[in-house]
Write a protein that binds this ligand. Sequence first.
Ligand SMILES: N[C@@H](CCC(=O)N[C@@H](CS)C(=O)NCC(=O)O)C(=O)O
Length: 234
Amino acid sequence: MITLYQFATSPFTEKVRRALAYKQLPYTVHEVERAAVPAGKYAAISATGKFPAIDHDGTVVWDSTDILDYLDKVFPERPVAPDQSRDAALAHAIEEWADESLYFYEMTIRLAWPHNLDGALEEFAASMSHVPRDQLRGMILEGVKALTTTQGIGRKPVEQIIADVERQFQALDRMLDGRDWLVGERLSRAELSVIAQVNALLYAQEARAALDRTRNVKAWMTRVDAMAPDAQRQ
Ligand SMILES: N[C@@H](CCC(=O)N[C@@H](CS)C(=O)NCC(=O)O)C(=O)O
């Protein structure tokens, strides 16, 4: 039995849900109470206090990348890792691009830009129902601004961030020129990582405009959705 501990709003959680769907593995979802994390309620599930994490018959794994490794090891059917060694390395590099670069862009433009946060706020409110909306909005804007300022993207002028996002979408588009999948001849973990961050980015009007200027990305998203749907987005 697999239990997925998640924040519903996290792109890393979407990545894992898609992997579980692709591998046709049943699971139950435990929505993590954000307010209870600092007090250690989930310390036995995620030592970092970050989610997603899974509990598979008592084996606990946290971090979406480690979770995908684990799932392929224990359930080798329908692997999300490519077969060829070089393709597997490339999929890993693309996964890191998604998790460590696209992620900071989606956080910045979805959650630290007020006109985009308003469209995402209701989903955050679902896991923090005890916090009044206005207070929650302020907490997210302030918290994410502090985080992305420390990381660096939050210090860039808005126009530069929009240009960066355009370049990221164009890079993804060119990776898909003349091919169905990012790596190799079938869906891989590269798809699952990237589509999750793209969907988070698309809360922002600037990212939707960038997507409209691509030639291959929408069709690729439809292909990924068909093979590895996200139950939460249906
Ligand atoms: N590298 C981790 C990142 C997970 C992550 O950053 N999750 C965020 C939600 S999007 C989180 O749990 N944040 C809570 C915190 O940092 O306290 C993964 O791939 O799972």
